[in-house]
Design a protein around this ligand. Structure first.
Ligand code: AKG
Ligand code: FE2
Length: 340
């Protein structure tokens, strides 16, 4: 527990040595919030949003949604709940704490394997499976006492929004409704807490990566998320009550490279704790799921770009590469493995 950044960060005046990133992994450009990242109003006419979603997925691999059906109240209450959770006394969080993430509910710090890391990330994460709720909620935190009820309702609403967005993507690609159902059964939440850092230019919140799953929905309270596009890092505007939608590797492969998966990272600031509530939808890694480019998208002018594979094998390869690469090269590294 002593390892949690949130348990000691307010008592340090400088960044401890084992949190100082090598220069090439530090952030240089903090301030550029990119207004071009599309913001899509899901209350607009369906034909219009299908087009906007498709274009955003092709050009950016990321977009924000507003008027998405998850109420502002629900989003604010859930964010407030997580603020309370991370401020709880240490003994109230012991039950879910683990030195490395495990399946089920875990509160851990930094990256995937603290003990093996040369430098650590300035972040604590609470992570747990969500679906089916009755099966998983017994393992969720008991405090704050409203946790299970509040997060249970949040998970249902975000999942509903997620399936709606996946159907918009399917329609844009010319695939049938429900096309992504089977590859989006696994529903996990990760809540990242980045305490204020005495020198954000030296440390990092989360290393640059692409999400390995199908699609991700992120709620954030403050600036810190950046995406990598055309050789540049661009900041994602923290629009109140919007969700950031970003595409994982599986959407890239299933769309036969038509849609982009986006590389992203999380920066720190020196004044406020930042929290991101992240919902991942993807194939269940514990059940054999076969992934392949959609047959409907393969033509003589658009030949199959990737081999088919088992998802759990992909995840094993992804984890082997995780954190071992420099920004920009990881996307190619894992996809090269499957390219035809
Ligand atoms: O906190 C953020 O903004 C990014 C989090 C993220 O990319 C992740 O949890 O996969
Ligand atoms: Fe991510």
């Amino acid at each position: 527990m002593a390892l949690l950044v949130s348990s000691w960060s307010n008592s340090v005046k400088s960044v401890p040595k084992d949190y100082v990133m090598p220069p090439e992994r530090r952030a240089e450009d903090f301030l550029t919030v990119c207004k071009e990242i599309p913001v899509i109003n899901l209350q607009n006419a369906r034909s219009e949003i299908v087009k906007q979603v498709l274009k955003a997925c092709q050009e950016f691999g990321v977009f924000q949604v507003i008027n998405h059906g998850v109420s502002a109240r629900m989003m604010e209450d859930t964010m407030a709940l997580y603020d309370e959770f991370f401020n709880l006394p240490v003994e109230d969080k012991l039950g879910v704490y683990s030195e490395t993430p495990r399946r089920g509910c875990t509160l851990y710090t930094s990256g995937l394997e603290y003990a093996k890391e040369e430098v650590h990330y300035w972040k604590d994460t609470l992570k747990h499976p969500c679906h089916p709720i009755e099966e998983h909620s017994p393992s969720w935190p008991n405090k704050p006492t409203r946790y299970k009820e509040q997060v249970g309702r949040y998970a249902v609403e975000v999942r509903k929004m997620g399936f709606r967005i996946l159907d918009l993507i399917a329609e844009g690609l010319g695939l049938r409704e429900g096309y992504f159902n089977e590859v989006s059964q696994e529903h996990t939440m990760a809540i990242n807490r980045y305490p204020p850092c005495p020198d954000p230019s030296l440390a990092m919140g989360i290393a640059s990566h692409n999400d390995p799953n199908l699609i991700t929905f992120l709620q954030q309270d403050h600036y810190g998320l950046q995406i990598h596009k055309d050789g540049k890092w661009m900041g994602v505007d923290p629009i109140p009550n919007a969700f950031v939608v970003n595409l994982g590797y599986q959407l890239h492969v299933i769309s036969n490279g038509k849609l982009k998966s986006v590389e992203h990272r999380g920066l720190l600031n020196s004044t406020t704790s930042r929290t991101s509530i992240v919902t991942f939808l993807g194939p269940n890694p514990e059940r054999p799921t076969f992934i392949e480019p959609a047959k409907e998208l393969i033509t003589s002018t658009n030949p199959q770009m990737y081999k088919s594979y088992w998802y759990n094998e992909f995840i094993a390869n992804y984890l082997a590469l995780a954190y071992s690469r420099m920004p920009g090269s990881r996307v190619r590294a894992i996809l090269d493995h499957y390219r035809l």
